[in-house]
Design a protein around this ligand. Structure first.
Ligand code: MRU
Length: 368
């Protein structure tokens, strides 16, 4: 997507020994980059959320393996070293399925190849994962566009109000995004759209990333406190909810940023269609019951107890505590929305009912 007229992806190979990312920890206050040269640096960038979002985490894991292969290409215990670096990458964030998926794909590509080809094989596969991610996001945008077009028709050209949670825009992937891809496609097609953005406590990805993205693209939007969605839906101010997903089960249960489930409940109660937008790489075919079996990341309590933002008075970032000094806090990163609350799953192949049969039918060639 474009930033000040220049096209960017969120991750790319800057030089043979250097993967460059947009440093999302700086946004929305500064637009800057981070250079990563070792698998450890890549792991730290994922863990510290300099990059985040399911699709981008997967691509980063692919590039992390590439950096590991460069480092160990000639080692006699090559396989063990790659396995150790991969295990470290896998441990960085437990919920996003794309991370394990990309590691598996890199290992398959490397298996059995000649030692002298290892680096090039790893580079090609990481690049393929990255290019595919961008293309799949573009396709999800086209499928979701038709839904928005239908709503716009029914509204006789009045703006279509979309509500989204967290950031499943291009910053969470390589380009276009998932939940926001249909919004960008609709806006670019001249359909009037407006987005309600949940701020998404505790890390505020909605306020800092989604608002930044949509603003740069010129899409009308309004930031709302996380608890506002139900009220808006009761008053007919939301036409559709689009969210991303970090892991979706074979039966269509959707894990996404904490708070998504409450939006789905409110949408269900008010007859507002709630869609999850995700690529194949987010689906975990091994899990049937998402609430029971999806591992939910728990992060440090300081993310809840403190807030960081720009202090206009001193012109710098400031972190402040928002509770009594000794108040304990819990920080679950994600929750699971059961399939029964999901109107459909928008994928790169089309829109499926949120059910085992729906997803299987779409991916019958891959999961007969
Ligand atoms: O913790 P994050 O920022 O990596 O969480 C990812 C998300 O932004 C959301 O859960 C998103 O809606 C799905 S990832 C595309």
């Amino acid at each position: 997507m474009n930033v000040d007229g220049k096209h960017y992806r969120t991750i790319w190979l800057e030089a043979p020994d250097c993967v460059r990312i947009i440093d999302q920890a700086l946004l929305p206050h500064r637009f800057g980059f981070m250079d990563l040269r070792t698998p450890d640096e890549m792991g730290a960038a994922i863990r510290n959320m300099n990059l985040r979002g399911a699709g981008l985490i997967g691509c980063a894991a692919g590039w992390g393996v590439y950096l590991a292969v460069r480092r160990h290409a000639d080692a006699p215990d090559f396989a063990e070293r790659i396995a150790a670096d991969s295990a470290a990458l896998l441990a960085t964030r437990p919920t996003a399925r794309n991370l394990a998926w990309a590691l598996e794909r890199m290992h398959e590509a490397l298996a059995g190849g000649a030692p002298q080809d290892r680096i090039e094989t790893a580079r090609r596969e990481a690049q393929a994962i990255t290019d595919e991610d961008a293309e799949f996001s573009r396709r999800m945008g086209q499928h979701g566009l038709e839904l928005i077009r239908g709503i716009a028709k029914r509204k006789n050209g009045a703006p279509v109000n979309v509500l989204t949670h967290c950031n499943a825009g291009w910053l969470a992937f390589v380009d276009h995004g998932t939940a926001l891809a249909p919004v960008y496609a609709a806006f670019d097609a001249g359909i009037p759209v407006h987005v309600w953005i949940d701020e998404t406590r505790p890390r505020n990805q909605g306020a800092s990333l989604t608002a930044w993205e949509l603003g740069h693209h010129g899409v009308p939007h309004t930031l709302i406190p996380d608890n506002t969605g139900g009220h808006l839906m009761q008053h007919g101010l939301v036409d559709v909810v689009f969210v991303g997903s970090d892991r979706t089960t074979a039966a269509g249960d959707v894990a996404n940023k904490i708070g998504t489930y409450l939006k789905a409940l409110a949408a269900h109660d008010n007859g507002v269609p709630f869609y999850a937008v995700l690529p194949f790489s987010t689906i975990d075919w091994t899990i049937a019951d998402g609430v029971r079996d999806i591992v939910i990341e728990e992060r440090g309590s300081e993310e809840v107890r403190f807030m960081t933002g720009w202090d206009d008075a001193t012109n710098r970032l400031a972190t402040v505590r928002i509770c009594p000094e000794k108040t304990p806090a819990a920080n679950y990163g994600f929750d699971v929305t059961p399939a029964r609350l999901v109107a459909g799953i928008i994928t790169e192949r089309g829109i499926a009912p949120a059910s085992r049969e729906g997803l299987r039918a779409l991916y019958a060639d891959l999961h007969p």
